[in-house]
Ligand binder design. Structure first.
Ligand SMILES: [Fe+2]
Length: 118
């Protein structure tokens, strides 16, 4: 790979990385406040981010023998799980259809385990 093609690759990777990262001021890019429908979509992304954080911190927990780091990671993982609950509860207040589906979750799960249909 010559220098020009490698610098082009670095530039392209930089652009991809920038797209993948959260834009810190994206919340102001609308030029107005979100509608509740847009907020529901944002909360679904927030839930996804919390789940990703749990996976990331668990992988770091498993990858270290540093006891201090493990205690902090375990503490933060618990907090992220709490955040999942808070975002889920907030989402239920804004998306009644989702709330109804979740309310039957335990029964649906039990039926599925027994091989039943919904
Ligand atoms: Fe969080």
């Amino acid at each position: 790979m010559n220098k020009s093609s490698s610098s082009k690759l670095v530039e392209e990777l930089g652009s991809l990385l920038k797209e993948a990262q959260t834009e810190p001021f994206s919340g102001q890019s609308l030029g107005r406040k979100m509608t509740d429908e847009e907020l529901v979509r944002a909360l679904r992304l927030d839930l996804e981010a919390e789940m990703d954080a749990i996976n990331l911190y668990e992988s770091h927990l498993q990858a270290t023998d540093n006891e201090e780091a493990k205690k902090i990671l375990e503490h933060v993982i618990k907090e992220e799980k709490d955040h999942v609950v808070l975002f889920s509860e907030l989402l239920k207040t804004l998306d009644p259809e989702q709330a109804e589906i979740w309310s039957g979750g335990e029964e649906y799960f039990s039926k599925a385990l027994k091989g039943g249909q919904d």
